[in-house]
Design a protein around this ligand. Structure first.
Ligand code: GDP
Ligand code: IMO
Ligand code: MG
Length: 423
């Protein structure tokens, strides 16, 4: 059975958590393939809002197994907090949540290094979530990392000490003022490791191979978004993993030929949190309204998200590098009430009109060229079927489908599981 993928097409926070939760009833296994606790995936149902960081978004469904893949980086301290939050829901975590032995661990010193590196960059900082993501992936590719499977070996604490000591000298090297009490951080870390060791560790590539062979339906859940991809994002203002479709192959051990549907998810407008270029960003009342109505605050850091019109040039780029087969458009409800809405359909790049995403999209080189369309006045949040959607929103959707040459299968009109319209 093929493995379907769900991934973000913008700068993250498109609504991946919500849609994975909506789709989980159709799958046996939900598997996260990259990123770590920099992610914040929000799910809402029965009047409760849940935010997950490392745990896959299928965890609330009785019949789904949730796999944390080898491509993910795990902070045991944050993971423990997530588990503690789930305690009251009586989920059978031991059998429903499986962790790849090949996933790498985020150490307390990785977090400190992240902070030191950002402080040393000053104005040029990435705007990292400071969860230690960059330093952990650096140790992974530098072949120094500690993996979940190492916790089953006798000598892992020696490996830990050597790496943490090395990190301390690297923190000193940055020569910035970072205050920390490593003993306290390590006490939390080792406590959390004890809890992590209560969970089920697996050879996830073998598990997923057998699952595919026996016809199980698998949905791979991405984190972040394509424009934060380490190779194809707005480098260096990106995260440290491949957030695009290829990341699911390396992050789970699924062969490319076994990938089925590629579900690309985007907001009806655009947001970005952290530093980096954002051609359609709005600094006016319209942008502020999007932020307020859309409640655009980071699910992980609480930082306000920058807002702007939909960037179709960037969206086409993301659709192409991922091979998207179906689209999902989120937060159409947030644009209700604008007389007109805009879509960026090309850029003026160094004085010339271009239709693709050029190497450098910094504000000094790029002026967005917009198409203006009629907005939709109506409140969408109580609508339940495609027939109820206002004519002008349908025109917006039709235009995007024609340009992207892919169907928009889901239109989301609110944060709740039920506020989801299938087309
Ligand atoms: P993720 O990281 O892609 O899972 O997205 P986040 O959870 O970080 O951010 C999406 C935010 O939008 C969350 O607060 C969701 O509850 C909310 N949300 C999701 N879909 C919709 C929608 O269609 N309309 C509105 N108004 N909010 C939505
Ligand atoms: P989800 O899965 C939005 C951004 C950070 C920063 C850059 C690098 O919820 O969509 P990092 O902590 O990885 O070193 O940060 O990437 N970022 C996200 N932005 N959603 C996310 O995840 C993000 N994860 C990282 O704000 O600009
Ligand atoms: Mg998020």
């Amino acid at each position: 059975m093929a493995v379907d993928l769900l991934l973000g097409l913008q700068w993250g926070d498109e609504g991946k958590g919500k849609i994975v939760d909506v789709l989980t009833k159709n799958y046996n296994i939900i598997a996260r393939f990259q990123g770590g606790p920099n992610a914040g995936h929000t799910l809402e149902f029965d009047g409760i809002k849940h935010v997950l960081h490392t745990i896959p978004s299928g965890i609330f469904h009785d019949n789904a197994i949730n796999v944390v893949g080898n491509g993910v980086v795990i902070d045991p301290v944050i993971f423990k907090k997530e588990l503690d939050n789930l305690n009251k829901f009586n989920l059978d975590i031991k059998s429903k949540l499986l962790i790849s032995r090949k996933a790498h661990l985020i150490l307390p010193t990785h977090r400190l290094l992240d902070a030191a590196s950002e402080a040393a960059k000053g104005k040029a900082k990435i705007g990292s979530t400071l969860k230690g993501i960059g330093p952990t992936y650096m140790d992974k590719t530098g072949r120094n990392g500690i993996r979940v499977g190492d916790l089953e070996l006798n000598n892992w604490k020696e490996k830990y000490r050597a790496l943490a000591d090395k990190h301390e000298s690297m923190i000193d090297f940055h020569n910035v003022d970072i205050q920390y009490d490593l003993q306290e951080l390590e006490s939390d870390f080792f406590n959390a490791i004890k809890e992590l060791k209560q969970l089920t560790f697996i050879d996830s590539e073998e598990y997923l191979y057998q699952a595919q062979k026996s016809g199980k339906k698998i949905l791979a859940e991405g984190a972040q978004g394509s424009l934060l991809d380490i190779d194809f994002g707005t480098y260096p203002y990106v995260t440290s993993s491949n957030t695009t479709a290829a990341g699911a192959c390396t992050g789970l051990g699924v062969p490319p030929g076994n990938i089925g549907g590629v579900f690309g998810i985007f907001k009806a407008y655009t947001t970005r949190v952290g530093s980096g270029p954002f051609p359609t960003e709005l600094f006016d009342k319209v942008g502020a309204t999007m932020g307020r109505v859309g409640n655009e605050f980071g699910a992980t850091t609480g930082r306000p998200r920058r807002c702007g019109w939909l960037d179709l040039v960037a969206l086409k780029y993301a659709v192409r590098i991922n091979g998207v087969s179906e689209l999902m458009m989120m937060k159409a409800d947030v644009l209700s009430g604008f007389k007109t809405v805009k879509i960026c359909i090309a850029y003026k790049y160094k004085g010339e009109k271009v239709n693709h995403l050029p190497y450098n999209i910094e504000a000094e080189n790029i002026v967005p060229i917009y198409k203006e369309m009629k907005g939709w006045e109506k409140d969408l949040t109580k609508m339940t079927s495609a027939e109820q959607l206002p004519e002008t929103l349908i025109e917006y959707i039709d235009y995007l489908e024609a340009e992207l040459e892919i169907p928009i299968k889901i239109v989301s009109v609110g944060p709740d599981r039920k506020q989801t319209i299938h087309r």
